[in-house]
Design a protein around this ligand. Structure first.
Ligand code: UD1
Length: 429
């Protein structure tokens, strides 16, 4: 398995192009199952998770054509996928495929909505907390699906099709909102989704569904109204920029010092993280091309942050912020409210000499002057990248093992960072 070797201590200076958002690209690709016409998606990031979902969709009979390079393409331009689910030949999503990526479970929504049946293995994915699917099942049941569990598979049936319903989520769930939204677009009648996730990726999917002929209002607010339609048609949609990738590089720059232009980043998608970075002593300015982030000379100030659903501080930046705070001038407190057990990076950060203590869902980080490079490994995507951030600032060499998780969510990470002066290379085994 590939490893990443970093020699820390270099400041980051230059420009980093922000890729399309993984967390929007995946549900958008899944939404293509809702129509027999072609959905064209631009700015799809080249990630292991996207490739894996292509395999899963292929198994259902979906044809995916990836467009070649065009003149005038930017260096890191995402790919254009033409996704055609003209004939769905199989409504089963098998364990071997679904167990490798949790979001692939969401195919259950378009399959039940369009084909009136689905058999989808219970999911796998990042090892963060228990991550159940009870609320996804609740949403589908409200829409009239008959659900049973059989041999590790969720079996959903709705012989007469889905019916519009009121779906009130007891807690904010991105996956639940995606599933409810996709399923409700082809249900008979109106659905009202309350306590819906307001994440920008949900809004992006709703925008695309509307381009496909869906009738959705309120996406981006806690109350989404979906008027079901008989069928959806093809459309063309550009995946929005990845706010987590942008926030990750912003944390990296705050950690090493220097100044980097995050080209294509949209500040309104990560305002809470930018506010925290300013509080910590980084300088943030917004321009036509994106966001400029820097830290010159000044030390890092400690912060107190709790993760929260959008527009709060994202759980997907919690590990990166923790890496940053290991070198702050004082004690920081980070509380994780979305996922239990999302602290696997703590013991790995300790290998750099970081001083972090855990009490339930709260971590206290006592900043030290300098981290020291170390061999490390992580088993979750965002945790892995927090180790890269630590390695960029640490004295000496860091070897990040098992980079498989990084490849799931960060497009050409080592290229983007080394172009800004980092000493980082991939070692292929
Ligand atoms: C998505 C993102 C992930 C991000 C998370 C929260 C994708 C591909 N992944 O994950 O990167 O960290 O949102 O912003 O978009 N829950 C239940 N029952 C359910 C579903 C969820 O209890 O049926 C709980 C979860 O365990 C968790 C909370 O709800 O505690 C939020 O989960 P959810 O928002 O659904 O996360 P994902 O959609 O899996």
């Amino acid at each position: 398995m590939d490893r990443i070797r970093i020699v820390g201590g270099n400041k980051l200076n230059g420009t980093i192009s922000i890729s399309g958002a993984k967390n929007a690209a995946l549900p958008l690709m899944i939404a293509a199952l809702l129509t027999e016409e072609t959905l064209i998606l631009d700015n799809v990031p080249r990630l292991a998770d996207v490739a894996q979902l292509q395999r899963i969709l292929g198994n259902h009979g979906v044809d995916i054509m990836s467009a070649g390079k065009r003149s005038g393409d930017r260096e890191y331009q995402g790919q254009t996928l033409h996704i055609s689910a003209a004939d769905i030949i199989d409504t089963t999503a098998p364990y071997e495929l679904v167990s490798r990526m949790r979001a692939s479970f969401w195919v259950i929504a378009p399959l039940i909505a369009r084909m009136h049946e689905a058999r989808v293995s219970l999911p796998g994915g990042c090892a963060i907390g228990t991550r159940p699917v009870d609320l996804l099942i609740m949403a589908l049941e409200k829409l009239g699906a008959d659900i049973s569990i059989d041999g590790g598979y969720v079996v959903a049936k709705a012989p007469g099709g889905l019916r519009g319903a009121d779906i009130a989520f007891p807690k904010v769930t991105v996956s639940g909102t995606h599933v409810a939204l996709m399923a409700a677009t082809l249900a008979k009648g109106t659905s009202v989704i309350t306590n819906a996730a307001c994440e920008p990726e949900v809004t992006d999917v709703a925008d695309c569904l509307n381009k496909m002929g869906g009738r959705i209002t309120g996406a981006g607010t806690p109350c989404i109204i979906v008027e079901g339609v008989d069928r959806l048609h093809g459309a063309r949609h550009t995946v929005l920029p990845d706010r987590i990738e942008a926030g990750t590089y912003a944390m990296a720059v705050a950690m090493t010092g220097g100044e980097v232009q995050l080209s294509g980043a949209r500040p309104e998608l990560l305002q809470s993280a930018l506010d925290v970075l300013c509080e910590a002593g980084a300088t943030v300015s917004v321009n036509n091309d994106g966001i400029r982030i820097g830290r010159n000379g000044a030390g890092l100030r400690p912060v107190k942050v709790a993760t929260a659903p959008f527009p709060g501080f994202p759980t997907d930046l919690q590990a990166q912020l923790m890496a940053l705070m290991t070198c702050a001038d004082g004690a920081s407190v980070i509380t994780e409210t979305i996922f239990e057990n999302r602290f696997m990076h703590v013991q790995e950060l300790a290998r750099f000499g970081a001083r972090i203590s855990l009490d339930g869902e709260t971590a206290t980080i006592r900043g030290i002057d300098r981290l020291r490079g170390a061999p490390v490994m992580a088993t979750d995507l965002r945790a892995s990248v927090s180790l890269v951030i630590a390695g960029l600032a640490a004295e000496g060499e860091t070897m990040v093992n098992r980079v498989y998780h990084l490849d799931r969510g960060f497009e050409r990470l080592e290229e983007k960072l080394s172009a800004c002066g980092a000493s980082i290379e991939r070692i292929r085994d």
